[in-house]
Design a protein around this ligand. Structure first.
Ligand code: NAD
Ligand code: IPM
Ligand code: MN
Length: 345
């Protein structure tokens, strides 16, 4: 018998609503000999208002001992933009060296998509998770004056680029189509673009079976809509990957079903699983949030922990549920109940 130690950060807005459903499905799908131990962390807007804390060092340290982290969403209109996003979410991704931000897109039959009838959408974005313009390497001069100057420098290291590019090649190699597309903007961002392209070409020599392609990010947005079937694995930097994966979600069934994993492939730190979407303040508290993205993130979590059959049962339950949705409108809990019942052993 084994046990899973899971840290849970429900967070803000719809975060707690969707995480409750994710845990419901997780509990339903686990075999009796797998013991689930969870600890919930009270982090997010409520905590910040109460104590001024986003993620105290002691809590960050205590999170290290878990097998994985399940996160809902962070960010709230009552908190200055960036405080929780940087102080909580990005702090976790950086501290736990989540350099592979894995964001799969599949067009499930039955989902509402502007591209419905294109069942060939099946790609995964490997988004770099610890560098780029997300490092906080910026500043402002003459702040608040008409002469203000603001910078936000994109940091790209040979080490950081190489490890995520190699991970993406490894994933491409393991897939039937074996194709990897680098997305950047090396016609304008020439220094970072040159680093990414040279590492991409060099590491590619280790993977002779993988077909490679390069697209500027602006063109990539065209092809994600007009020819999504051309993508198998995409590797890109932190910011391009953020933007591309919201677009990918929108064309492949909606933001309500897009899952992600923030992976530390070496297992030196716990990996963290979360829906691609945010706290959705516009629908928080209405019971209308789709928990499917969180449930599919739980499937990614189980796969990461080697519980492949359980992950597959969740994915099959989601596929069947999406196929049968039609025009029926259900709430967060109803969808969670249905998925838990369908995935239960
Ligand atoms: P958002 O993803 O929260 O919402 C965008 C739109 O998608 C909204 O109309 C929302 O109602 C809808 N939506 C999102 N999730 C849904 C779901 N599960 N079911 C149905 N509809 C859903 O993005 P935003 O509005 O740009 O950001 C809101 C807040 O969330 C901000 O504070 C932002 O910083 C934060 N955010 C956090 C994360 C995260 O925690 N990983 C991700 C994105 C945004
Ligand atoms: C996401 C979010 C985050 C990001 C924000 C909230 C920091 O948009 O997970 O996609 O930009 O990575
Ligand atoms: Mn995003």
């Amino acid at each position: 018998s084994r046990s899973i130690r899971l840290a849970v950060i429900p967070g803000d807005g719809i975060g707690p609503e969707v995480v409750a459903q994710g845990l419901k499905v997780l509990t339903a799908v686990l075999p009796p000999d797998v013991k689930l131990e969870t600890r919930e962390y009270d982090l997010g807007a409520r905590r910040w208002h109460a104590t001024g804390e986003t993620l105290p060092d002691a809590e960050l340290e205590s999170l290290r001992q878990y097998d994985a982290i399940l996160l809902g969403a962070v960010g709230d209109p009552s908190v200055p933009s960036g405080v929780l996003e940087r102080g909580l979410l990005l702090k976790l991704r950086f501290a736990f060296d989540h350099y592979v931000n894995l964001r799969p897109s599949r067009l499930y039959p039955g989902t509402a998509s502007p591209l419905a009838g294109r069942p060939e959408i099946d790609f995964v974005v490997v988004r770099e998770g610890t560098e780029g313009p997300y490092t906080g390497n910026g500043g402002s001069l003459r702040t608040g004056t008409p002469a203000e100057v603001a910078t936000e420098v994109s940091v790209n290291t040979a080490h950081g680029v190489e490890r995520v590019v190699r991970d993406a090649y490894t994933r491409a190699q393991a897939r039937p189509r074996k194709k990897l597309t680098l997305v950047h903007k090396n016609n304008v961002l020439v220094y970072a673009g040159q680093l990414w392209k040279s590492v991409f070409d060099r590491v590619g020599r280790e993977f002779p079976e993988v077909t490679t392609d390069y697209l500027h990010v602006d063109a990539a947005t065209i092809f994600l809509v007009s020819q999504p079937e051309r993508f198998d694995v995409i590797v890109t930097d932190n910011l391009f990957g953020d933007i591309l994966t919201d677009l990918a979600a929108a064309v492949s069934g909606g933001i309500g079903i897009a899952a992600s994993g923030n992976i530390n492939p070496e297992g030196a730190f716990p990996s963290m699983f979360e829906p691609v979407h945010g706290s959705a303040p516009d629908i928080a508290g209405t019971g209308r949030a789709d928990p499917t993205a969180t449930v599919l993130s739980v499937a990614l979590l189980l796969r990461h922990l080697g519980l492949t059959a359980e992950a597959e049962r969740i994915e099959a339950a989601v596929a069947a549920d999406l196929a049968g949705r039609g025009t029926t409108v259900r709430g967060t809990e109803q969808i969670g109940d249905a998925l838990a019942a369908a995935a239960a052993r």
